[in-house]
Design a protein around this ligand. Structure first.
Ligand code: ATP
Length: 247
C-alpha cells in the first residue's frame, strides 16, 4: 500500500518571547492515515511542536524562527490558528479544552468549525455522538461538571466537528485512570479507521502511545533524539530504560 506524505516539518526552531528557544532543528514526516506519537519528558518540546503545527504559538508570544512546515503542499509556519484549522489541522490542547459554562451540546456547536449547512452539522454531530455515546447521554450537562475522561471525550468530539484531516492531541492521558486512557486510545484508533483521519499524539507515557502508534519520535531538549516504527522503538534499549520503566 502506497503512503502519502500529509505534513513535513523541516528543521523547525521555535522561540518564546524573543528569548527562549524551545525547539531547535526538529524535522518530522507525517504520512497520511498514520498515528504518530511524539514522546519525551517534561519540557522536551512536545507541546511546542504541536502548537507550531497548529498555529497556536502566537497566543504564547512564540514564533517559528527557522524552518518550514508544509501541509498538503502549502507552507503553514506562523499562519494564524483559524487559517490552519480551516486547512484541516485541528489541535486538542493539553489544558482549557472545553467551555466549562456551556452544555455538552453547546460545546459541540459553539466552536470554530468551518461553515456547514444545518443538515451537515446535524449529521456530523450524530456521527460524533456515535463515537462517544456517553456524550449523548450528557448532552444537557455543562462542561465544568464532567469527569476528566468525559472532558477528554468532549474535547475530541469538538475537534472532530471541525472536520480535521490531521488531528493533534496533546497528553490525552494526563491525570486519567489507565482504563479510561485505554478506552480513549481505542477511540482514536477507531476515529483513524472510520474517518480516515491522521493523528499525532503527544504523550509522556511512551507505553500507552506506542501501543496504538505506527511511528514515533522521541524529543529531548528541543531535538529529535530517536525516531522509528513503534515496534522498533519498543525494543530500543533507551526507550525501555527511560520511558517504559524497564531495563
Ligand atoms: P510538558 O509535557 O511539560 O508540557 P513539553 O515536552 O510539552 O513538556 P514544552 O511545553 O513544549 O515541553 O516546553 C519546551 C520548552 O519551552 C521548555 O523549556 C519550556 O520552558 C518552554 N516554554 C513552553 N511554553 C512556554 C511559554 N509559554 N513561555 C516561555 N517558555 C515556554
Amino acid at each position: 500500500q502506497m503512503s502519502e506524505t500529509l505534513l513535513t516539518a523541516e528543521k523547525l526552531e521555535v522561540v518564546y518571547h524573543h528569548a527562549i528557544t524551545a525547539i531547535q532543528g526538529i524535522s518530522l514526516t507525517i504520512e497520511s492515515g498514520q498515528i504518530v506519537a511524539i514522546l519525551g519528558t517534561n519540557g522536551a518540546g512536545k507541546s511546542t511542536t504541536l502548537r507550531a503545527l497548529s498555529g497556536f504559538l502566537g497566543i504564547d508570544n512564540a514564533r517559528v524562527t527557522e524552518g518550514h512546515i508544509v501541509f498538503k503542499g502549502q507552507h503553514i509556519e506562523n499562519r494564524p490558528p483559524n487559517e490552519v484549522t480551516r486547512l484541516g489541522i485541528v489541535l486538542v490542547p493539553e489544558r482549557e479544552k472545553v467551555f466549562p459554562n456551556l452544555t455538552v451540546a453547546d460545546n459541540l456547536s459553539a466552536p470554530f468549525a468551518p461553515a456547514m449547512s444545518k443538515a451537515d452539522r446535524k449529521a456530523r454531530e450524530e456521527q460524533v455522538y456515535s463515537f462517544f455515546p456517553r456524550l449523548g447521554d450528557l448532552r444537557a450537562r455543562i462542561g465544568g461538571l464532567l469527569s476528566g475522561g468525559e472532558r477528554q471525550m468532549l474535547a475530541l468530539a469538538s475537534a472532530l466537528m471541525c472536520k480535521p484531516q490531521l488531528l493533534l492531541v496533546d497528553e490525552l492521558s494526563l491525570g486519567l485512570a489507565p482504563v479510561i486512557v485505554e478506552d480513549l486510545m481505542q477511540r482514536l484508533v477507531q476515529i483513524r479507521g472510520d474517518l480516515g483521519i491522521t493523528i499525532v499524539i503527544v504523550e509522556q507515557s511512551a507505553a500507552v502511545a506506542l501501543e496504538i502508534a505506527d511511528y514515533g519520535y522521541v524529543l529531548e531538549n528541543g531535538r529529535v533524539v530517536l525516531d522509528g516504527a513503534s515496534a522498533k522503538l519498543k525494543e530500543h534499549g533507551d526507550i525501555q530504560e527511560f520511558y517504559l520503566g524497564q531495563s
